[in-house]
Design a protein around this ligand. Structure first.
Ligand SMILES: NS(=O)(=O)c1ccc(NCc2ccco2)c([N+](=O)[O-])c1
Ligand SMILES: [Zn+2]
Length: 268
């Protein structure tokens, strides 16, 4: 579905936008799926939530690649050099990668929504519990295995830190293309205030959809320019040799039932 002016209005019924993959019929357990709509007035302030402590070493940045769902910036997670702790977390988690989800136009693209409000894109910084497990693959099936920081993107001024990443995208246009990417500090993608967040227990938002994630969704968004986000849309879902090339857009999952979960907030 091409995005034209009328279709792009935020009133446009989202169900007509084709998500990137068919939802599986049965999901294991399936009562703590992600993403969700965060209803601000139903979130519960928890004074026991501590400030988040990120400690990222840009030297652990290794590569950027197109996995056919999104583009990922991967970090060396064989040592405790880039870590996340504090907030709702009991253990220390290691950064393994970050990636984004976005729409075909600026009216939608995020996975989480806030009071049904959609953002043009969402950043996910993925970490795994290195106090309890030895590998990401082990942690991804455990309910305290992963911690993902979600940051909403809004269209505004150009994000200087993001530009290095945007400049690398044309080189990884096709699925399975990889390029070396070093010395990128993911902290530059966090909003100024990381003390205000919502947190809840959920899942990966793409297969295998395992319910292993402590989600930490930032209240404050970051701004990127219209042109920077347009470069995200120049990526392709398809590999170079495929006949029909498909633009990598709308790579987000729709919101899932809350199933009685409580969303806690670190702020009043
Ligand atoms: N959108 S997300 O942050 O929830 C997310 C989804 C899938 C995967 N991975 C998919 C996967 C395959 C085998 C094990 O894991 C990841 N991740 O790996 O960080 C993150
Ligand atoms: Zn994601």
């Amino acid at each position: 579905r091409r995005c034209n002016l009328t279709a792009c209005s935020s009133k446009f019924v989202l169900s007509q936008v084709h998500p990137m993959w068919q939802e599986p019929l049965a999901i294991p357990g399936g009562d703590r799926q992600s993403p969700i709509d965060i209803v601000e007035r139903k979130s519960v302030f928890d004074s026991k939530l501590k400030p988040l402590v990120t400690n990222y070493d840009p030297k652990t940045c290794q590569q950027i690649w197109n996995n056919g769902y999104s583009f990922l910036v991967e970090y060396d997670d064989t040592t405790d050099k880039s870590t996340l702790k504090g907030g709702p977390l009991q253990d220390q988690f290691r950064l393994c990668q970050f990636h984004f989800h976005w729409g075909e136009c600026n009216s939608w693209g995020s996975e989480h929504t806030v009071d049904r409000r959609l953002f043009p894109a969402e950043l996910h910084l993925v970490h795994w519990n290195a106090d309890k497990y030895n590998l990401f693959e082990e942690a991804v099936v455990e309910d305290n295995g992963l911690a993902v920081i979600g940051v909403f993107l809004k269209i505004g001024k150009r994000h200087e830190g993001l530009q290095k990443l945007v400049d690398a995208l044309p080189v990884i246009r096709h699925k399975d293309s990889v390029v070396e990417f070093t010395k990128f500090d993911p902290a530059c993608l966090l909003p100024p205030n990381i003390d205000d967040y919502w947190t809840y227990h959920g899942s990966l938002t793409t297969p295998p959809l395992t319910e292993a994630v402590t989600w930490i969704v930032m209240k404050q968004h970051i701004e990127v320019s219209h042109d920077q986000l347009a470069v995200f849309r120049s990526l392709l879902f398809t590999a170079a040799e495929e006949e029909v090339q498909k633009s990598m857009v709308n790579n987000f999952r729709g919101t899932q039932p809350l199933r009685g979960r409580t969303v806690r907030s670190s702020f009043t």
